[in-house]
Design a protein around this ligand. Structure first.
Ligand code: FAD
Ligand code: SF4
Ligand code: SF4
Ligand code: SF4
Length: 403
């Protein structure tokens, strides 16, 4: 079942743990025709040591699942007490709160950022003043590069390491490390799926041609108050030369393809982490369905569900309580109300068509052909109907709720 033996892409999340562990450096991550990275082995350098297979999370995830024990796992509604941080975060600002609570001294923080070429990469910082670049979701699989090795070096030198990422990246790290470290703290997110850098680059190219300028800054999950006086967090904010564009999930073509799962990595549709068995100390998510428990709260303003999976995670709660509004809620309710804690995202029936079109055409044409912009009636309905009615209709039609 190991990807390097079978070539089965459903079984490779692209975490890069095999590349990082290989003692002869005979594995490199290479993009396939869709643009997703997969390990490639140079056979003449391979000594058959088996290390690559032993760290593969697609095979060994169960070894690192946190087991139910005592009152764990448990779940909270969580909102950072600093409103500016909530506004600048994808959800309720859990990541920033954890960074502040865990990182007092001699620490390093790993997360996903845009670099100056708008590539999504994993990197690390040694100061809380630098964590802003990790805030907000980036809907592109981050290049993990040498982050596992660096994390190991820091752990061995006695530093406290806070590592954040998708569940499959955290699983890759923990299996790569091969042992538990007291000073490692892992935080994953509930994850819908990831597109790749090639798709995002083509999208940026389309924007630059259309708006005749250079995209210098990009933000997913930009929060605004819309014309109906409601918060909406499904927007992109783009700086192109001197111009600032804000587009919602219907207007922006990347989001239009992202949300219905048009171009995720194949393994995402079979994701092993789309369930309550977690591999990180804490799991952060949007708190879909929060209004049923707290009618005055609006998830789009920034309300997180925080799941505590480990004893280490539990110990941080008293510090987190100083920084966040935390209310314990029914664990099963959180699981039921978040699709990706129950099942992987569904593959979009137009996915294959999209990649065929993308290889010959512009990004915008490929998206428009596969997911046409909603009709004017739907767009008007979406503007005039109250959110509760829209959510009800969406649930009826899609039977699914996700980010
Ligand atoms: C690709 C993706 C899909 C998601 N899908 C869902 C979903 O279906 N349901 C749901 O409830 N929540 C989902 N989330 C998580 C959610 O939207 C928030 O990101 C999460 O709750 C953290 O919010 P925050 O306000 O605490 O963090 P923020 O302050 O916004 O911090 C963002 C955190 O996410 C990490 N991160 C951002 N982009 C990436 C990336 N590309 N790869 C790895 N790590 C990244 C950063 O390192 C940082 O730790 C998804 C996030 C991502 C990145
Ligand atoms: S078996 Fe060992 S040498 Fe061969 S690719 Fe895997 S890790 Fe590298
Ligand atoms: S270790 Fe990661 S990158 Fe390597 S085969 Fe397994 S899932 Fe793929
Ligand atoms: S959906 Fe699953 S396999 Fe895909 S990036 Fe997220 S955690 Fe990894």
């Amino acid at each position: 079942m190991f990807y390097l033996d079978t070539g089965n892409k459903d079984m490779c999340c692209g975490c890069g743990a095999c590349e990082s562990i290989c003692p002869t450096k005979c594995i490199t991550m290479v993009a396939d025709e869709e643009g997703f990275l997969y390990p490639k082995k140079q056979d003449d350098l391979c000594t058959d040591c088996g290390l690559c297979e032993s760290v593969c999370p697609s095979i060994h995830k169960e070894k690192i699942d946190y087991k139910e024990s005592g009152n764990l796992p448990k779940a909270f509604m969580a909102i950072n007490k600093d409103e500016a941080i909530v506004h600048n975060s994808a959800s309720g600002g859990v990541f920033s709160a954890v960074a502040n609570a865990y990182c007092k001294d001699n620490f390093v923080i790993f997360g996903a950022q845009f670099d100056d070429q708008l590539r999504v990469i994993h990197s690390h910082v040694h100061s809380l003043d630098e964590i802003d670049k990790y805030r907000k979701s980036k809907y592109v699989q981050s290049d993990i590069n040498d982050s596992y090795k660096k994390a190991e070096e820091y752990l061995k030198s006695g530093k406290r390491v806070l590592f954040t990422g998708t569940p499959c990246q955290i699983a890759g790290l923990r299996l790569y490390l091969k042992k538990e470290y007291e000073h490692l703290f892992c935080v994953d997110l509930v994850c819908h799926g990831v597109p790749n850098q090639k798709i995002f680059d083509k999208y940026i190219q389309y924007l630059e041609n259309k708006y005749k300028g250079k995209v210098t800054d990009f933000t997913f999950r930009h929060k605004i108050i819309n014309k109906q006086d409601k918060w909406n967090s499904r927007n992109v904010k783009i700086r192109i030369s001197e111009r600032e564009l804000i587009m919602n999930a219907n207007e922006d073509k990347y989001l239009r393809g992202f949300h219905p799962g048009l171009y995720y990595r194949p393994s995402c549709y079979k994701c092993k982490y789309a369930n309550p068995k977690r591999i990180s100390d804490l799991t952060m998510a949007d708190f879909w369905g929060v209004e049923k428990l707290f009618p005055e709260k609006d998830v789009h303003k920034g309300i997180s569900a925080l799941i505590v999976n480990s004893v280490k995670g539990n110990k941080l709660l008293s510090d987190l309580n100083q920084i966040m509004e935390l209310n314990e809620v029914d664990f099963d309710y959180v699981i039921q109300s978040n699709a990706q804690l129950n099942r992987p995202a569904k593959i979009n029936p137009k996915r294959e068509q999209f990649f065929d079109l993308l290889n010959e055409n512009r990004f915008d044409l490929a998206v428009d052909r596969c997911i046409p912009r909603p009709s004017i009636i739907r767009r008007i309905a979406s503007k005039v109907l109250p959110t509760s009615t829209k959510d009800f209709i969406k649930k009826l039609v899609f039977k699914e709720e996700g980010e």
